[in-house]
Design a protein around this ligand. Structure first.
Ligand code: TYC
Length: 133
């Protein structure tokens, strides 16, 4: 390209054009690089994790499930000690509903299923549900 320019009649004009085009390209590259750099910085300042939504697992009262069975469920599935399990059971017995624990969606869903399975196997009408906390 440069050697072609020397052959050209209007050498100076040719040189100028060649130079300006290259400068323009270089400016564009610099701008692109700058944009990439700034985009990178913005992404890096964004938090990479989000706190998961939490869910309460609720036990419902009924007239037939034995109190001892409910206490056993709270001990086995919710890892409660006998004292706390008894308090939760009595709370549900008196108020109709009560929270046994708060978990991520998948864990809450799994605990609910375990409670319902255990109740069904033992032919008790005990019901369990979950709500967003
Ligand atoms: N109300 C039941 C009874 O008197 C006991 C009970 C407590 C049942 C809590 C369910 O989630 C429950 N035998």
């Amino acid at each position: 390209m440069i050697f072609d320019a020397f052959k050209h009649k209007n050498t100076l004009k040719y040189f100028k054009t060649y130079y300006l085009i290259n400068m323009a390209n270089e400016d564009q590259n610099n701008n692109n690089n700058k944009d990439d750099f700034q985009r990178g910085l913005l992404l890096d300042t964004k938090p990479k994790t989000k706190k998961p939504s939490m869910y309460n697992v609720l036990l419902l009262n009924d007239d037939y499930t034995p109190m001892e069975f409910v206490v056993m469920v709270l001990e086995k599935i919710f890892n409660k000690k006998q004292e706390e399990a008894t308090q939760i059971m009595l709370h549900v017995h008196k108020n109709g509903i009560g929270v046994c624990g708060t978990f991520t969606y998948e864990v809450a869903e799994s605990k609910c299923k375990s409670v319902m399975d255990m109740a069904k196997k033992n032919e008790h009408p005990l019901q369990c549900t979950m709500e967003k906390s």
